[in-house]
Structures are given as C-alpha cells and as structure tokens.
Design a protein around this ligand. Structure first.
Ligand code: SF4
Length: 178
C-alpha cells in the first residue's frame, strides 16, 4: 500500500488529522450494540444504524478482512446540540468524496465508516430499504459495534464521556483500506 500517496489524497481533501491503524486493533464489542438497542432514541429510525446493519459477529468478520485503516479525528465545540447534524453532514460528505478517490486510486475495498450517524438527508427515511441515498449512506463505527473509546485510546487520541454539549467534542471516522 502506498501510504504516502494516500496521505496526499487525505490532505488534498482537507483531512490532516489522521493516524494509520491496524484494522486488527479495531475493538468490536457486543455491549456497543446493546447501547444502540437500549438507550438510544434513534433505534429503528435511522437507515444506517441498528437494526439495519449486520450482526456483531458479521461486523467483526467484515473488519477482519482488512489489514489497514485510516482513523480520522475531528473536534469541535457546538453552540447548541442541533448544530451536530450540520457539522456531521459536512464532514461526512467530504469523507465520502475521499473514499471515492481512494477507490479510484485502485484501493477497491475502500469502505468508509461515517463520523457519527448518517445525516446525509435532512430527514432520514428511517430504514435501509426506504433510504433515499443508498449509494451515500454509510454506518458509523458505533453502528458496527465498534468500541470507539477503546479503539482510539490505543493510538493516543482523546475521547471522553461528555457532561455538557458545549464541551469539546472528539469524534472519529474510519476508512478501511487494503
Ligand atoms: S442516506 Fe438519508 S435516508 Fe439513507 S440512511 Fe442516510 S439519512 Fe437516512
């Protein structure tokens, strides 16, 4: 894999804060899926989240088919919680363009995990089958039962449980590449 060429592509798209990680270091845990199922008010209402994603075992198997991944770090402070949607959409739209360029560079297995829920549409249709943008929708790491806390801390990246939405928010997208 030509990491230098790929890094140039990342930077061309404005993504400068990233680290290469081993895909095998991505932590997949059943408890993450339970958090989606119990305690998240988007369960069943988001087309790229559980229950419209594969089982935890399938997610683990999917990730095991990759050796490398680029972990992208994003941080912000939001004025109000509603601002999260616009910020997430902007970041993820850029990441989708990057995923396409990485694919076109010959990395045919390139697969993006969004930074947060899929907010491509102003309102989600609420299921995978009724999704209005099937080609653009991607799951978040959490939707694939990835323990983002355990995964990013291995690489020295910050992530904390927040007590107030005005605290600095650290979020992560992952591009799986072979
Ligand atoms: S692309 Fe739109 S309809 Fe599809 S999952 Fe994302 S927000 Fe929902």
């Amino acid at each position: 894999m030509e990491k230098i060429r790929l890094e140039a592509l990342f930077r061309k798209h404005g993504f400068n804060d990233f680290k290469w990680i081993k895909a095998g270091d991505i932590v997949v845990s059943q408890w993450v899926r339970f958090k989606c199922m119990f305690g998240c008010d988007s369960f069943g209402k988001q087309g790229a989240c559980p229950p419209y994603v594969p089982s935890v075992a399938e997610c683990r198997e999917f990730i095991s088919e990759y050796q490398h991944a680029a972990l992208f770090h994003f941080s912000t402070s939001l004025e109000k919680p509603e601002d999260n949607r616009a910020w997430t959409r902007k970041v993820c739209t850029g990441l989708l363009k990057l995923e396409r360029d990485v694919f076109l560079a010959g990395y045919y297995k390139a697969f993006l995990l969004f930074m947060g829920s899929c907010y491509i549409c102003s309102e989600c249709e609420g299921s995978r089958l009724s999704c209005k943008n099937l080609k653009l929708a991607r799951p978040s790491p959490e939707a694939l039962a990835i323990d983002v806390y355990a995964t990013v801390r291995q690489y020295g990246y910050p992530i904390e449980v927040l007590q107030d939405y005005k605290q600095e928010l650290n979020k992560y997208g992952i591009l799986l590449i072979e």
